[in-house]
Design a protein around this ligand. Sequence first.
Ligand code: G4F
Length: 316
Amino acid sequence: MWGLVRGQANPRVRHLRQLLGDVHLVRGDLLDQGSLIAAVEKVQPDEVYNLAAISYVPMSWQQAELTGEVTGLGVLRVLEAIRVCSGISASRSPGRGQIRFYQASTSEMFGQVNQSPQNEQTSFHPRSPYGVAKVYGHLLTQNYRESYGMFAVSGVMFNHESPRRGAEFVTRKVSLGVAKIKLGYERQLRLGNMHASRDWGFAGDYVRAMQLMLARDEPADYVIGTGVTHTVEELVDQAFRAAGLEWRDHVVTDAAFIRPAEVDRLCADPTKAREELGWEPKIGFEELVSMMVDADLALLAASGGAEGDSFGTDSW
Ligand code: G4F
């Protein structure tokens, strides 16, 4: 297995090696076409999974152009690297290359929804530069499949979480906040919109869906989510209760975390994935939240509260 890393001394490499001792690393950058062609030539992969992106929605308003370059045009560059290395010429009639491509699309493409729950036919109305960039990557992946006969597919992934989630996202911000309060390092947790609803699932289940998608005989896109939605307030309530705390004693709403445009409510209809991939999520909302709170309690107890020091300061 190979992983693409960018930058001269990327600090994430150390964490990656701790987690995945047997992964090989190759240099490359989604902003640099030549580096991606060189990486594909070197690795000669059977499958390529593109999960790389500027993925924190608030940051996409602060750095909209960079988000378009990385999260949108980055997909074009990966597809081009695969096309060129597979010997598929731009003018040739469609044929199938050997390299299978997975694009991480997102429920943020649905944005202001006109149908609930959302399935593969639901129209897109993204609400952030991130969502717009992801629509570009999604449609381009479809286009390369149709234009060149490439095995290129997208998984329209709803929010997927785990103890490895970055502390800027609401689930981990809450689980770290709960652990800090429980262990006496903090008293307050500052959050934005408590009324937004998301379909939260366990990341491990979603990675399994990605692999199943590339193992199909024919390429197709799939919506991946649990089909159950909860508000941020319900998430907060669940997390504080998992630690024996009452959230109303600690949570403060802060306008600094309100977004310029919000996605109010997302809920997946994963019928196609269930019927064609045999995919079902194994871990439900309550188990997921407890898992994250327990992991952060253990992490902070072991580190003396040093982990996640920057959480709570991530106003957009
Ligand atoms: O955890 P979030 O930042 O995730 P969001 O915006 O739904 O996006 C995540 O999931 C998408 C779908 O898989 C991905 F495409 C994307 O890359 C990312 O992984 O926010 C969830 C909700 C929002 O409605 C937000 O307004 O939580 C609300 N929220 C309320 N207070 C907060 C906070 N979000 C954050 N990050 N921090 C808060 O203090």
